[in-house]
Design a protein around this ligand. Structure first.
Ligand code: ADP
Length: 397
């Protein structure tokens, strides 16, 4: 059984074909600049290298057609015909309160995903277009939606209700939803497996640190709190996103300083975070290099980033009544030893010490706390695609 995993963004589409017999990724690809001049598909196949197709890609349907052609291509493809694809799994950012699990896509499900557009105006529309295009091109293949919000649906009300007038929740669904759920679920289960423990017995803090960053408190295998909120803008500082700030800054900028709401929105989402403070870049590697060369604002951006992670971990220790294991994942979490050591500095009272040598690992599974630590610290590379493929294969059967 081969499962195609599709992750549609507004102008991009990432895909993987996963062989479920051994859970190996047969091919990984990216379609970029959909509907924009200079569009291209890049497909990487283990053993066959990278293949780039530069061609006009008008829309997501064009993109998916090209993906299917690339998968069956004699020279650089990996399957003989489309019939070998048994199911398609779609990453969907927002499932609202309706979905706490992945689900087989029907017309009704598609309508519910449409109902969530207002909650994720940037993300759900391209997800829907991806699903619609795939259904048109592969009408007989079962499709599954895997939601970023689903894993966090176990949060208790005291974690997800915003202290605003309650009718905003009742009327409009204003509440904390949380995101990166597929990743938090994957790494928390994986760390339990690696430790040889039952996840039901563990209190885990998962730190997903990529371009977007979020932490989750996972108690007994269930998310009981997470740092992102109503949208993926809340929580800790990120590459270009501010994370949680005093909302009065927004009315101050609009009323006193003449900003428009669009400008403020763009600022909070795209010009803040590590980029905004450092003035250098949103990419952690650039900012780290600038800080090493003596750029004080780059150093300040890193200091704030580490501080936000540290205080969020401490908050979740409180929420769960302790911690058994802390997990770092995603681009920064998996690779940046400095972020791990700096954000954990001062938290040793929780019951761990970092092993500096072990902490040098990058992009692989490993324990980085000392052997005598009561609380363990791990690096676990995330694999959202595999998680999507597993749910898809299970539901499609
Ligand atoms: P996304 O949220 O887009 O999936 P990623 O998980 O790929 O993002 O993370 C991107 C971040 O990871 C960038 O800030 C990048 O600088 C950082 N990163 C990637 N590789 C490394 C590395 N080897 N060392 C340090 N940081 C890295």
């Amino acid at each position: 059984m081969k499962t195609l995993v599709i992750n549609c963004g507004s102008s991009s589409l990432k895909y993987q074909l996963i062989d479920m017999s051994n859970e190996e990724s047969m091919v990984q690809g990216l379609v970029e600049r959909i509907g924009i001049e200079g569009s291209a598909l890049t497909q990487k196949t283990p053993g066959k290298g990278k293949h780039v197709i530069n061609t006009e890609i008008k829309d997501h349907k064009d993109a998916i057609k090209l993906v299917l052609e690339a998968l069956v291509n004699e020279e650089y493809g990996v399957i003989k015909s489309m019939d070998q694809i048994s199911a398609v799994g779609h990453r969907v950012v927002h499932g609202g309160e309706k979905y706490s699990e992945s689900v087989l896509i029907t017309d009704e499900v598609l309508n519910s995903i449409r109902d969530c557009i207002a909650l994720a105006p940037l993300h759900n529309p391209p997800n829907i277009i991806g699903i619609e295009s795939c259904r048109e091109l592969m009408p007989n293949i079962p499709m599954v939606a895997v939601f970023d919000t689903a894993f966090h649906q176990t949060m208790p009300k005291n974690a997800y209700i915003c202290p605003l007038p309650y009718e905003l929740y009742e009327k409009y669904g204003v509440r904390k939803y949380g995101f990166h759920g597929t990743s938090h679920k994957y790494v928390s289960n994986k760390v339990a497996e690696v430790m040889g423990k039952d996840i039901k017995d563990l209190k885990i803090v998962t730190c997903h640190l990529g371009n977007g960053c979020s932490l989750a408190a996972v108690k007994g295998g269930k998310s009981i709190d997470t740092s992102m909120g109503f949208t993926p803008l809340a929580g800790i500082m990120m590459g270009t996103r501010a994370g949680s700030i005093d909302p009065s800054v927004i009315s101050f900028l609009i009323e006193e300083k003449g900003y428009t709401i669009e400008q403020v929105d763009e600022m909070l989402n795209k010009k803040s975070g590590v980029l905004g403070v450092s003035g250098v870049s949103s990419d952690f590697r650039d900012v780290r290099a600038a800080a090493q060369e003596g750029n004080e604002r780059a150093q300040l951006a890193l200091d704030i980033f580490h501080y936000k992670i540290k205080t969020q971990i401490a908050a979740y220790a409180g929420a769960m009544g302790g911690i058994d294991v802390i997990v770092f994942t995603a681009g920064i979490g998996e690779n940046a030893a400095l972020v791990r050591s700096e954000s954990l500095k001062g938290l040793e009272f929780l019951g761990f010490n970092l092993d500096a040598k072990k902490n040098e690992i990058a992009g692989e599974i490993g324990e980085i706390s000392t052997d005598d630590s009561r609380v363990k610290v791990y690096v676990i590379p995330t694999n959202e695609e595999l998680m999507i493929a597993r749910d898809t294969a299970r539901l499609a059967q």
